[in-house]
Ligand binder design. Structure first.
Ligand SMILES: Nc1nc2c(ncn2[C@@H]2O[C@H](COP(=O)(O)OP(=O)(O)OP(=O)(O)O)[C@@H](O)[C@H]2O)c(=O)[nH]1
Ligand SMILES: [Mg+2]
Length: 351
């Protein structure tokens, strides 16, 4: 729920209250139980909410019923994430991918939206035009989806060519992966002095960015930053972002950035693992950077890199592919670069 609040904040909503219900199974018609729904309705007076956001994907029926009961806009987790993505997409590729996901989300919900209007309009007289309007809308959306898919296919082909060329240059690629807001872009900036957008909001980055780095052994690598992962990442988004996520397949090494200070760090790691497995990337060489270690230290001392790393590595057993870092302080970065070098020299050896 805290993450949902963060998402809501990122989308520009102000959170005035939270409600949780434990149910063996969500209600098919209203998602919540009758009593909980009444409780939610009664909160309207005191909190003056005008939007309700659910932390799950709602069926069109559930959404309509709740809207009718509460007389406010009802948004589900998928729509919320799509909204943030729409706000954040900067490049044409990103915008096309988001628009495709939005249309795919909207399509099955169209019918519901119209019957909803019919009911508000009393039904009489609205049925005929409503129905034909619905057909027209459906056709338009289906058309648009095809059009977007074709454009995205073009992009994928173009990217494939570009990747082939890049492969010819032989510069290995290190791809940053990780849960959203763990500090991937901050790390890219710290390592490459790039100026990539960093913000304490979710999904600050949507479009892939690539920077060239020189390793301690003087060899060059390309470091790429991409969209962060999140739990219950809507399947429409995963599909739409395939073009972006496919870039990960080109990586020689995946650099997994973990926010060590998050309460949900283990769950977040598991979600990253699941998505990587979905993308068939489990066998890529992997380095794990445990980030934000500066936040684990009490402020009473003036910590420097050496003191901090000594103190923390005493407490945590790290394997040889795991490194403690602070992207904002620049701590642990030389060790990270060493590990990248070592991993690459192992993986790039001709067999
Ligand atoms: N204290 C501290 N904060 C950090 C560190 N690294 C990143 N942050 C902060 O964490 C927040 C998120 O950082 P980003 O670099 O935007 O994270 P990201 O993983 O790129 O996030 P998305 O692009 O949204 O997926 C920002 O407020 C950063 O300043 C760190 O080492 N220490
Ligand atoms: Mg980012």
């Amino acid at each position: 729920m805290n993450e949902l609040a963060q998402l809501a904040d990122t989308a520009g909503a102000k959170v005035v209250g939270k409600l949780i219900q434990r149910l063996p199974r969500a209600s098919k018609t209203h998602y919540l139980g009758k009593g909980k729904l009444a409780e939610l309705l009664s909160l309207k007076d005191s909190t003056k909410y005008n939007v309700v956001i659910f932390d799950d994907e709602l069926s069109p029926l559930q959404q309509q019923n709740i809207e009718a009961a509460l007389q406010v806009k009802v948004i589900d987790r998928v729509a919320l994430i799509l909204d943030i993505f729409a706000k954040r997409a900067r490049t044409r590729d990103g915008q096309l991918q988001v628009e495709l996901a939005q249309h795919q989300y909207l399509f099955p919900r169209l019918a519901g939206q119209w019957s909803h209007l019919e009911r508000l309009g009393g039904g009489i007289g609205t049925r005929g035009p409503g129905e034909s309007q619905l057909e027209t809308d459906r056709r338009l959306i289906r058309h648009r989806i095809h059009h977007l898919q074709a454009q995205i296919d073009d992009i994928r082909k173009h990217r494939q060519l570009y990747r082939q060329q890049r492969r010819k240059t032989g510069i290995p690629i290190v791809s940053l992966v990780g849960y959203t807001n763990t500090g991937k872009s901050t790390l890219l900036n710290a390592l490459s002095h790039a100026d990539v957008f960093v913000e304490d909001k979710l999904f600050a980055t949507l479009d892939p960015t690539t920077r060239r780095l020189t390793l301690p052994d003087k060899s060059a690598v390309l470091l790429t930053d991409t969209v962060g992962f999140i739990r219950k990442l809507p399947p429409t988004i995963v599909t739409a972002f395939k073009a972006t996520l496919e870039e990960l397949a080109e990586a020689s090494v995946l650099l997994h950035v973990v926010d060590l200070t998050s309460h949900n760090a283990p769950e977040q790691c598991q979600i990253v693992e699941d998505i990587l497995a979905d993308l068939n990337l489990m066998n890529k060489p992997r380095i794990t950077a445990l980030n934000k270690i500066d936040l684990l230290l009490d402020d009473s001392q003036n910590w420097d890199e050496e003191a901090a790393l000594n103190y923390l590595s005493d407490q945590r057993e790290a394997d040889e592919n795991t490194v403690l870092i602070s992207a904002t302080k620049g701590w642990g970065l030389s060790k990270l670069l060493e590990i990248i070098s070592r991993t690459l020299s192992r993986t790039m050896q001709p067999v």
